[in-house]
Ligand binder design. Sequence first.
Ligand SMILES: [Zn+2]
Length: 94
Amino acid sequence: MGDSRQSGATVRRVRLGDGQPPAYLITSPCCGVPTLIQAWMADYVRANRAGHLRVACGHGTGDPLLAQHAAGRGCGRRFLIRLDQDPPTVDGSS
Ligand SMILES: [Zn+2]
């Protein structure tokens, strides 16, 4: 398989401390606006959505706290985070 990460998206594993499981900090392929995917959310997406999570640039995942965190940034363009892969990948082509 070729490298499909032609965009500017990055996926980084982060530790939040306080004994919480690691989360993923994912930047949008268009604007580079960060979205934090909590470990429980990644688990939920893997279990219920085949690991596919659609988010909108700057709008996070629908979590009000995350949306507020990124308020005023991002263009709203949707992209796909594939959490069924390790490490996760970002598909911004559709
Ligand atoms: Zn954007």
